[in-house]
Design a binder for this molecule. Sequence first.
Ligand SMILES: Cc1cc2nc3c(=O)[nH]c(=O)nc-3n(C[C@H](O)[C@H](O)[C@H](O)COP(=O)(O)OP(=O)(O)OC[C@H]3O[C@@H](n4cnc5c(N)ncnc54)[C@H](O)[C@@H]3O)c2cc1C
Length: 489
Amino acid sequence: MELSTADVKVLVVGGGPAGSLAAALLARAGIDVLLLEKDVFPRYHIGEALASSCRSILELAGAAQKVDDFGFMSKHGGLFRWGTEKDWCADWTEMFGPEVRSWSVDRSEFDHVLLKNAAEQGARVVENAAVKRVVFEDGRPVAAEWVRGDAPEQLRTTRFDFIVDASGRAGVLTAQHFKNRTRHEVFRNVAIWSYWDGEELLPGTPQGGSNIISSPDGWYWVIPLRNGRRSVGFVMHETAFRERRRDYDSLEDFLSALVDESDTVRSLVQGDTRLAKARVEQDYSYVSGDFSGPGYFVAGDAACFLDPLLSSGVHLASYSALLAAASIVAVVDGDTEESEASAFYESLYRNAYTRMLAMVSRMYDQYQGQAGYFWLAQRLTGTPAERAVQPNSAFVELVAGISDLFDAQHGKESDQVATVPGPAAPANEDTLGLVEIMPRDLYDDNSQLRLVTSPRLGLRREQPATGGGRLRPPRPAEAAEQADLTTAG
Ligand SMILES: Cc1cc2nc3c(=O)[nH]c(=O)nc-3n(C[C@H](O)[C@H](O)[C@H](O)COP(=O)(O)OP(=O)(O)OC[C@H]3O[C@@H](n4cnc5c(N)ncnc54)[C@H](O)[C@@H]3O)c2cc1C
C-alpha cells in the first residue's frame, strides 16, 4: 500500500456482531481501526439463536470466553416439528460432541459484550455516532461524515483507507449510497414475537436448543433464554399478516391468537405470562449488488439477509466479518492485491449466503419432507451421500454454519470431495476453534487464495491440498445409523 494520509486505516460502521467482530479481528492483527455505532449499547435487537460456527469466530476475536462468562444459555442444536412428519433434531452434541455448541442470547447483552470486546482488543469504539454519508473519490470511498447524537449539528469527517459497512439493515453503503439492494419476492414475510416466562420445550430438544414449529400459515419459533424466559415468535406472509391484523385491537391480541392456534405452542406457554409487548419486523429479506469493491467490504445484514428460519443471520454476520478482516489484513500486509482480496470476499460470502438461501427456500415448501431437505443439504455442501454419517449430517453442518467455515468452494466437480472427512490438521496448522482448517478450506478457486488464521489472520495463495479439515470423526454408534439417501428427493 502507498503511504496513507487517512485518519484511520479501517473505519467500521455499526457495532452489531458483524462490526464488533470485524473490528476486534482487525485490532488483534495490529490494524488501526475505528468503529462508529449509532446507538448507545445495550440496545434491543432480534436474533437470539446462534449457529455453532459463531463460537469459532468469537474465539478468534477473543470474545468466546467473555460470552461464556456472561452466563448465556448454552445451545446444542434445535428441534423441528415441521410439515406432517414426526419431530426431528439437529443435535450437535450427538453428531459432533459436546464441544460444538453456541448460545441462545438476549442480543442486547450479547452485542454489548462483543462491542466491549472490540474496544478491549484495541479498536477505537465510539457509540452514539451515526455515519451520515460516505465520500467517494474516483470510485473509491475515502471518508465518512458522521455526527454524535449529543452534538448533531457538528458534522465530523474521518478519512480512511478501508471501510467495512456493518450497518445492518440501514445499509450505509448498499441501501443509502449505491442503492443496490433487491428485495426477495419469495420471502415477503412478517415476524411477530414477544417473550414469555417458563422453560418448557418440546421433548427431545437438545440442551438450550430452539423449537421450530410449522403451521399451515407460517412457522413459530420458541427460543429458551436465560433466567427462565423464552422468545416466542411467528412468521407469516405479509398479505396474510395485513388481512388478519385488522381483526385485532392490538399486536398483543393478535400474537395471543396466533399462539392459541397452534396446539404445540399453546401447550408450551400455557399458564405462563407474556413479559413484554409484541414486536414486529418486515421487509427484511434482500440482497445487495456488490458485497465488496475498491476500498470497501459490506458485512452481515448490510449486504444481505434472507429469513430467520434457519437462524443464519449472526452466522453470516460473523463469517463475513472474519472474511473482511482477513482480506484487509492481507492487503495491508502486501500479501494480496486489493482486487483479489475483494473478489475472494465476494465469492465466499455470496456462496455462504446463496447456500442458505437455497436451503431456506426448500424448507418453506413444507411438502418436500425432511428427506428432501437433507438431500438438498448434501448437494449444497458437496457431501457424497455414502459419506453422510447420518441422514441429516449435511443439513446439520450447513445450518450450524460449519460448512461455510471449512468448505467455501462452490459449483465445481472438484468441490465434491471438499467435505469428505480427512485427516486432522497437523498441530499449529490454522485452527478456527473446533474446526481444523486444511489448505483446501476457506479457499477461493479463482484466485487460489485461502483464509489463514496463523501465524496471523490473512489470505495466502496456494494450491488446495488433498483432504479436508473437519470436525472430529463421528462416534461409531452414530456411524451405524447411517442411512442411504441416494434415492431421496
Ligand atoms: C424476525 C427476525 C428473527 C431473527 N432471528 C435470528 C436468530 O434467531 N438467529 C440469528 O442468527 N439471526 C437472526 N436474525 C437475523 C439477525 O438479527 C441479523 O442477521 C444480525 O443481527 C446481523 O448482524 P449485523 O451486525 O450485520 O447487523 P446488526 O446487528 O443489525 O447491527 C448493525 C448496527 O449498525 C448500527 N448502525 C446502523 N446505521 C448506522 C449508521 N449510519 N452509523 C453507525 N451505526 C449504524 C446499528 O445501530 C446496529 O447496531 C433474525 C432476524 C429477524 C428479522
